[in-house]
Ligand binder design. Structure first.
Ligand code: OAD
Length: 244
């Protein structure tokens, strides 16, 4: 349930902010019909993301990992950005210093029109060669298992940051710069369980930003943020753009 006066305060903060950073997680795409990772509909053949999104899992059984990504690719291919994705595009348009950090690999922010963004966990429509490192786009649904590199014929993997792997340095640098210089930071639809993104709210807070969380449920971040708005991203985020 959203508190009306809180909404008014946040709208005012956003309207007056010179710099805004937004962090999103699977919850924003849940409203487009993409399953979250830690909800029960995120399970595939009873595997958790932590069982499959790892370099070890891929070394052990690349076919199984690709089958999981094919399941996700098939699902995501049919989905469209929702009102929350669109509202973030509008925030970017209005604010001169804006940065979007997303943990989502579904590409829905780009599809909506977001341009100033870091996809810190990668993108499900990109593949990378395990031998030569060549990165390319692939929109094949389903992708042919096992997919091979067009340059060197070695095995391709999803161009996604897996558990135990490091984020790209450029993405981290941009994210920290944005978080540390933002007047307002919105944390939308993330469980706050996966680092480093789980630490981003406190980085923004320590740097002096007003930090607001928008989530269906309370999270580990709820206690440290300045404001916690409970509800669906697609219902709440568009309200933030309405006149104060
Ligand atoms: P999770 O699945 O862990 O959390 C989704 C969050 O969204 C939960 O806190 C839900 O309460 C919330 N939520 C669900 N529906 C919502 C809605 N309609 N509106 C607002 N909030 C809603 O997803 P992430 O936090 O994004 O990494 O997970 C982080 C990372 O863990 C992912 O990027 C992924 C995963 O393993 C990789 O794949 C590398």
């Amino acid at each position: 349930m959203t508190h009306g006066s809180d909404l008014g305060i946040l709208k005012d903060k956003l309207a007056n902010a010179r710099s805004i950073t937004v962090l999103t997680g699977a919850g924003i795409s849940a409203d487009s019909g993409v399953p979250t990772f830690r909800g029960t509909d995120g399970l595939w053949r009873n595997f958790r993301a932590e069982d499959l999104a790892t370099p070890d899992a891929f070394t052990r059984d690349p076919r199984l990992v690709w089958e999981w990504y094919n399941w996700r690719r098939e699902l995501i291919a049919t989905k469209q950005p929702n009102a929350a994705h669109q509202a973030i595009v509008e925030l970017e348009r209005r604010c001169p210093r804006f940065w979007l950090i997303t943990q989502n690999v579904d590409g829905l922010h780009r599809a909506a029109g977001s341009r100033r963004l870091s996809e810190i966990h990668g993108n499900i429509w990109m593949v990378r060669c395990t031998a030569c490192g060549h990165v390319s786009e692939s929109h094949e649904v389903p992708i042919q298992i096992l997919p091979l590199c067009s340059l060197c014929r070695n095995l391709l993997r999803p161009h996604i940051v897996w558990f135990g792997e490091s984020l790209a340095e450029e993405d981290l640098r941009r994210s920290y710069t944005a978080l540390q210089s933002s007047d307002v930071c919105l944390i939308i639809g993330t469980s706050g369980m996966v680092y480093p993104a789980a630490g981003f709210a406190s980085i923004a807070k320590e740097a002096g930003a007003f930090v607001a969380e928008i989530n269906l449920d309370p999270t580990p971040q709820s206690a440290l943020v300045d404001m916690s708005l409970q509800g669906r991203a697609k219902d709440i985020v568009p309200l933030l753009l309405e006149p104060c």
